[in-house]
Write a protein that binds this ligand. Structure first.
Ligand SMILES: *Cc1c(COP(=O)(O)O)cnc(C)c1O
Length: 377
């Protein structure tokens, strides 16, 4: 007997998605919203209505659950919809700990819930496990971390964060958007729920908005999230889901190449005139490098940030001067993007003024480096 196929193989084949009816080697799209019943009022197939989940979403969720080593996964209409469902699952007045530095939209959503006294919220610096342990209380319901964290790429030790959360009976949720499951399996490290903006690496082509949650255990919290998901209908369309599955099939090879190119660019820009710091978890001098080396087993990703000696003006100039890096928000697509981050996040953001965020795509890395050097000079 040959060994069981690896996750790489299962992803490329979308877990053997050959259509049994036609033999087509790619999965079909099922846009139907409703499904027929027979004379006895019994469903003919397994489906009745698409909001809870249709066959296309089921197939994609199966691939994602396999990737995460999860017993179950759910697809959402966006990453933010997935986060909103987790926040909604916190009981009224429940205590939540998140990060001072994290995806800005998610932080705003948590702060809105706190301002309305839906939840009580404490924020700690990403990776500061002593601060996390000090903030954790017997009534803490949810610890929400992001690693690597936008946009300094601070690394959080997921296994230790899980110990701290579990010691007070809290759920650990991880936004692992920038460390997709080909490099980090957050559930195996102890997280209870892992979340991705599938808009980013999982789809990888900047043409689908989607989100994912996967669970380590099918428990009460997961059932509650399932209720919120299917009753609010925060689900992607069948075509978007199919595109996501198409993108997923090349996840491993895309991520490997993007990680290698980003590492090359990061190393080459160390000590470059005009650059004060290169923030990339794959660099030996990054404060989270040792943890990242353990936790990101198949590459440090395509995201890095530069801090410019010329401050705000230099950062704005660099982001506007590249030709191959397109000046745009978002990340994880095949095309390289550059962004002066602070103006996007707004005046309350803790992101330094001099920071430029890069998403390295699949172009020739030497071309990308030359583009940055030309724009810097
Ligand atoms: C983009 C992003 C989100 C939000 O996802 P959407 O799909 O845009 O709703 C959440 N977390 C991180 C880290 C992200 O990069």
């Amino acid at each position: 007997m040959p060994n069981a196929p690896t996750r790489t193989t299962l992803t490329v084949q979308a877990m053997h998605a050959i259509d049994q009816m036609t033999g087509a080697v790619i999965p079909p799209i099922h846009p139907a919203t409703t499904y027929a019943r027979g004379a006895d009022n019994q469903l003919i197939g397994e489906q009745d209505y698409r909001r809870p989940s249709g066959p296309t979403e089921k197939q994609a969720a199966k691939v994602l659950a396999m990737l995460e080593g999860a017993p179950d996964a759910r697809l959402f209409s966006s990453g933010m919809a997935a986060i909103a469902a987790v926040i909604e699952s916190v009981p009224t007045g429940g205590h939540v700990i998140a990060q001072t530095e994290m995806y800005y939209g998610a932080k705003l959503l948590l702060q809105r819930a706190a301002a309305k006294q839906r939840i009580r919220l404490d924020l700690v610096a990403p990776g500061d496990l002593d601060a996390l342990a000090a903030a954790a209380r017997p009534d803490t319901d949810l610890v929400w971390i992001e690693s690597p964290a936008n946009p300094s790429w601070a690394v959080v030790d997921i296994a230790r964060a899980a110990e701290i959360a579990h010691a007070v009976g809290a759920t650990l949720g991880v936004d692992s958007t920038c460390a997709p499951p080909c490099t980090t399996q957050a559930l195996a490290l102890g997280a209870d729920i892992v979340m991705h903006s599938a808009t980013k690496y999982l789809n990888g082509h900047s043409d689908v908005l989607a989100g994912v949650l996967a669970t380590r255990e099918v428990n009460d919290r997961w059932a509650e999230i399932g209720e919120i998901h299917s009753k609010t209908g925060a689900v992607p369309g069948a075509f978007e889901t199919w595109l996501l599955m198409r993108g997923l099939r090349t996840l491993w090879v895309r991520f490997e190449r993007q990680s290698a190119s980003a590492l090359m660019v990061a190393q080459a820009l160390l000590g470059e005139a005009g650059i004060d710091a290169v923030l990339y978890p794959g660099l030996a001098d990054h404060p989270g490098h040792a943890i990242a080396a353990r936790q990101m087993s198949n590459g440090f990703g395509g995201m890095l940030s530069l801090r410019l000696s010329g401050g705000h003006a230099a950062a704005a100039r660099l982001a506007a001067s590249t030709r191959l890096f397109t000046q745009a928000t978002s990340l994880g697509g095949v095309e390289s993007l550059i962004e002066h981050r602070k103006p996007i996040e707004g005046p309350d953001s803790p992101t330094p003024d001099d920071l430029v965020r890069l998403s390295v795509g699949l172009e020739d890395p030497q071309d990308l480096l030359a583009d940055l050097r030309a724009a810097l000079s």
